[in-house]
Design a protein around this ligand. Structure first.
Ligand code: PEP
Ligand code: CO
Length: 444
């Protein structure tokens, strides 16, 4: 039991980025209903993820976290879920080969519906309306009705999350994750000569195992996979309603996903989001942007991980290309000085968002790669293990980030720009990142 904590003790702290629901009775009805619904994940799963992240913190595994910036109720289908799951498995094979370590796969999926915004309102011409805060809160259309926070959307989000998780579990356990399929998809991508050499080596390694009798037919580990879910724990009434006490251990579980993270805008050590997360047993991510001070980090580590449990905390650095050396060393030194167990992970997306001449928000592929390289170099220069990457990506062929093998330019962005929020890597760009990270890890 965490001292002086309850699932609603966050209500005594300042909660930034929270919608203002007009109808309190409706909000109460919705959260009461959610409180009676089944959990989406169970405590044993969150613990097993924490254990695996503990392996990452010791340099014995690598973390791949990825998915949409914001999942949307409109873009919701088996194909989309399958495609993102598939590209993450492909990336994991490449990274396993590069890192020579197991890859822990965590989707930004099945619950990534709430978004922090830089401004509470949006102005178009003379009209000012509340900002869009994700499908769990309001709608993207620029009308007063659409932008009104609607508590009922939490129930809809729960159902979308449950259906997504159901399919992910089926894919992970039902044969879709068979290594033989995963590797043949890679070969398809790897027609490009920059990657074909590595793809061939991966295929050779699989053939070798097969001749030794280690095949998906003989070995369950090659037919199934572990796949976990995560999202930003932003909308606290929703998280509170899905919080349960685990009957075996007496510990408390956030039942909405295996892993939750705190955004860069809501990580005040005395704020409501930190208060909520300190009491749940799940592994926790903390986004670390340029404004993260050593003092903040020290406090966050002591509040969120008082027993210094390995795998509990993943620090997700998101500084932007060219800024890693300015900010990451002070965080590394703080962690080292306190002897804290953490996973070091790189989010190369959120510090590299620019506005293209065409007006679209985009991210240049080269800046994304540069930040990953700076992160790996900085970690190695300071003798800590660069443990993972956190990507906004999708399995579909969208045109939201520029560059990569397809050499997408500003002029291409309008053709398939589907994101409800930030620009995502498409399948080819995401896989390319995996090849380049693997190369980086192999080379060191
Ligand atoms: C995000 O991950 O979508 C996000 C908003 O990140 P950050 O809190 O790092 O800005
Ligand atoms: Co984002």
């Amino acid at each position: 039991m965490t001292v002086n904590w309850s699932a609603n003790s966050w209500r005594n702290h300042t909660a930034l980025q929270m919608p203002e629901y007009q109808d309190q009775a409706e909000l109460d009805r919705v959260t009461a209903k959610l409180s009676s619904y089944p959990l989406l994940v169970f405590a044993g799963e969150a613990r097993s993820l924490k254990q695996k992240l503990g392996d990452v913190s010791r340099g014995e595994a690598f973390l791949l976290q990825g998915g949409d910036c914001a999942e949307s109720f409109g873009e919701f289908s088996s194909d989309l879920i399958r495609d993102t799951f598939r590209v993450m498995l492909q990336m994991a094979v490449v990274l396993t080969y590069g890192a020579k370590k197991p890859v822990v796969k965590v989707g930004r999926m099945a619950g990534q519906f709430a978004k922090p915004r830089s401004s509470p309102t949006e102005k178009q011409g003379d009209i000012e309306l509340p900002s869009y805060r994700g499908d769990i809160i309001n709608e993207l259309a620029f009308t007063p009705e659409a932008r009104r926070p609607d508590a009922n959307k939490m129930l809809e989000a729960y159902l979308h999350a449950a259906a997504t998780l159901n399919l992910l579990r089926a894919f992970a356990m039902g044969g879709y994750a068979n290594l033989k399929h995963v590797s043949s998809w890679n070969l398809d991508f790897a027609r490009d000569e920059r990657y074909s050499a590595m793809a061939e080596k991966v295929a050779d390694a699989i053939d070798f195992m097969e001749s030794c009798g280690v095949t998906p037919d003989t070995t369950a580990r090659l037919r199934t996979t572990d796949y976990y879910t995560s999202h930003e724990a932003l909308l606290l009434p929703y998280e509170e309603a899905l919080t349960r006490v685990d009957s075996t251990s007496g510990e408390t579980l956030a039942g909405s996903a295996h892993m939750l993270w705190i955004g860069d805008r809501t990580r005040q050590p005395d704020g409501a989001h930190v208060e909520y997360l300190r009491g749940v047993l799940n592994p926790i991510g903390i986004k670390c942007g340029p404004s993260m001070t050593t003092e903040d980090l020290k406090q966050l580590l002591s509040v969120l991980n008082p027993h210094n449990e390995a795998g509990r905390i993943t620090l997700i650095a998101r500084f932007g290309a060219g800024k890693v050396d300015e900010h990451l060393p002070r965080l590394i030194e703080t962690v080292k000085a306190g002897g804290a167990n953490v996973v070091w992970c790189c989010d190369p997306m959120h510090g590299n968002t620019i506005k293209a001449d065409s007006g679209y928000k985009t991210r240049p592929f080269d800046a994304i790669l540069q930040e990953i390289r700076e992160f790996v170099d900085c970690c190695q220069a300071h003798n800590v293990y660069p443990g993972g990457v956190h990507l906004e990506m999708t399995g579909s062929n969208v045109t939201e980030c520029t560059g990569g093998l397809q050499a997408l330019g500003d002029g291409d962005l309008s053709s398939r720009y589907h994101t409800a929020c930030d620009p995502r890597l498409n399948a080819s760009q995401a896989l390319e990142v995996a090849f380049l990270v693997a190369e980086e890890l192999v080379g060191k």
